[in-house]
Design a protein around this ligand. Structure first.
Ligand SMILES: [Zn+2]
Length: 131
């Protein structure tokens, strides 16, 4: 059985390698779709949707919402970003693809059986990481 929860959050980033406008610091309203898999218990439930929501909010959404995500090797932001503002340091460029993997890793470490994580960066652009 698969269960999916959908979230939305606002986040700023920049892509330090990018040759176009994504080089600039900018933001998106991201949509996150997390799909887990598991067997139903005797009551016909894999996990309570409220418990699933709490784990994803705590592990991912509350951390990224209204944060600036900074690549640890992005010298421009690492030197100049006012670090008293809410930020998250990533070990890789904060692309939609890498965001999927970051979310998947954290949620797996929190005990969820991840099947798929999708990140919509814009209403027409989506990255999907499937286990
Ligand atoms: Zn962007």
């Amino acid at each position: 059985m698969e269960l999916t929860k959908i979230f939305s959050f606002d986040m700023a980033h920049r892509l330090s390698f990018h040759k176009g406008k994504c080089w600039n610091l900018h933001g998106h309203t991201y949509k996150l779709e997390v799909t887990i898999q598991g067997d139903e218990d005797d009551n016909g439930m894999v996990i309570d949707f409220n418990d699933l929501k709490s784990i994803i909010m705590e592990q991912v959404v509350d951390i990224l919402d209204h944060a600036t995500v900074i690549y640890e090797k992005d010298d421009l932001l690492m030197k100049n970003f006012p670090m008293e503002l809410h930020h998250v340091i990533f070990p890789y460029e904060p692309t939609a693809e890498n965001l999927c993997k970051w979310c998947s890793d954290r949620l797996e470490n929190a005990g969820l059986m991840i099947k798929q994580v999708a990140i919509w960066e814009t209403p027409s652009s989506k990255a999907v990481y499937t286990k």
